[in-house]
Design a protein around this ligand. Structure first.
Ligand code: PGA
Ligand code: ZN
Length: 427
């Protein structure tokens, strides 16, 4: 049995230039693996807490030196000699060392850095690709496939330029489109969109996750421009691709209404639901994430009742990758799809339990990046290894997003190689 010889964490920078954790596990076999964790900008109230230094004299208080120190001095000695295949036992130890409901003592960034590194170490010990290891360990899927990608091409809200209210506008390829073709399509459309925005004189700087942040009059204008972009391409709207949004509604609620610039005095929840229906029928928006605030339970419930058979009603901040929260949400039928973000809960075992529960109840799953990412591609393997329906990794733009797509391309080739008697078709 291979065992852990040491664990070491350091502060590195994420794609926003904010500190985050990288963690290395050394094994007695001489092998070492490293991984790093992401961080969100629109952090929901049910997410496990990150540990930050809050020392305003350094890195504007965002440092994670205390978290790294916890791993190096408190957690590492407890893991020396442990079997890296004992993911459950090690995650349990992390939960016990923390002892709080929301990881406020150690921080979910601290626990995930260790948990994720142990998972990579387990794959190394078994000599398996990470997605393979995750599949064989947890058996949440019987076969490997590349999930459908949700490409965020326009950023608003906290990820944008303070112009559009909806946080993400997404293009979603039809599920029959093969992964490489979908990536080609997203890339071509992303650059066609740039041309269309330029012709209209709308600025095309990019936001936090790499989508454009155009200067448009309303949120609905984005769909008109996307339709125009598709018309200018070789693709057919509502045949090759559809649209999705992440409203991130909690951020829009003010004075009892949801404030979107499309309507002068804001929307009541009922009016917002009508707006979603309009987007569904006019623009084939069939994926709606965080349509209402977490507390507006009745509104979630009626949206699922009214649109759930044709539309993905997707919980992100509502469920926060927390199995207990998901159980409540399932009981009340508040959504039909959930995002899976390991750093919202803080360990791989809890993330797996969340996906398992969702699958048991026919809730569709979407493995998602955060706005503060690193070039670590762990979530690409996780997505294939547990067999989720979708992934959301941002646009085909910027290194930290592209790293995940490129990893999916590698896995795609590997699957083809294994399926075709060790040969690969020319791209
Ligand atoms: P975040 O947002 O990573 O900035 O928190 C992403 C999302 O809401 O899906
Ligand atoms: Zn979201």
């Amino acid at each position: 049995m291979a065992s852990i010889q040491g664990v070491y964490a350091r502060e590195i920078l994420d794609s926003r230039g904010w500190p985050t954790l990288e963690c290395t596990v050394w094994l007695d076999t001489g092998v070492s693996v490293s991984t790093s964790v992401p961080s969100g900008t629109s952090v929901g109230k049910y997410e496990a807490k990150e540990l930050r230094d809050n020392d305003q004299s350094r890195m504007l208080g965002k440092g994670v030196l205390a978290a790294a120190n916890l791993i190096n001095t408190t957690i590492s000695p407890q893991l020396v000699g442990r079997d890296p295949l004992d993911q459950h036992g090690i995650d349990q130890l992390l939960l016990e060392l923390d002892g709080t409901k929301d990881k406020q003592k150690l921080g979910a960034n601290t626990t995930l850095a260790v948990s994720q590194a142990v998972c990579r170490a387990g794959a190394a010990v078994q000599n398996q690709a990470l997605y393979h290891y995750i599949q064989s360990r947890y058996q949440l899927t019987d076969y490997f496939s590349i999930p459908t990608c949700i490409y965020t091409v326009v950023n608003g809200g906290d990820q944008g330029a303070d112009n559009l209210d909806i946080q993400e506008f997404e293009i979603i390829p039809a599920s029959h489109i093969d992964y490489l073709n979908s990536l080609n399509m997203a890339t071509e459309l992303f650059y066609t969109l740039k041309n269309v925005l330029e012709i209209k004189g709308a600025i095309h700087a990019v936001g936090l996750v790499g989508g454009y942040t155009p200067n448009l009059y309303s949120n609905s204008d984005v769909f008109e421009i996307l339709v125009e972009t598709i018309k200018a391409s070789k693709y057919t709207f509502a045949q090759d691709l559809f649209f999705g949004i992440d409203t991130e509604a909690s951020a829009l609620f003010e004075g009892g209404k949801y404030r979107l610039k499309d309507k002068a005095h804001g929307y009541t929840a009922g009016e917002l639901a009508l707006y979603y229906k309009k987007l569904r029928s006019l623009y084939h928006v069939f994926y709606i994430e965080d349509p209402f605030r977490e507390e507006d339970i009745d509104d979630w419930q009626s949206l699922v009742k009214e649109m759930g058979d044709t539309t993905r009603v997707v919980a992100d901040t509502l469920t926060a990758t927390n199995p207990e929260r998901l159980a409540q949400v399932i009981d009340r039928q508040l959504c039909n799809s959930v995002l899976v973000k390991p750093n919202q809960v803080g360990t791989i075992s809890e993330t797996i339990a969340f996906v398992q529960l969702a699958k048991q109840h026919n809730i569709q799953t979407i493995v998602s990046h955060r706005s503060g990412e690193t070039c670590d591609d762990f979530i690409a393997d996780l997505a294939v290894g547990v067999g989720v329906d979708y992934v959301k990794f941002g646009p085909p733009n910027r290194g930290e997003r592209v790293a995940k797509y490129n990893r999916l391309s590698q896995i795609y080739t590997e699957l083809q190689y294994n399926a075709n008697n060790n040969t690969v078709e020319q791209q």
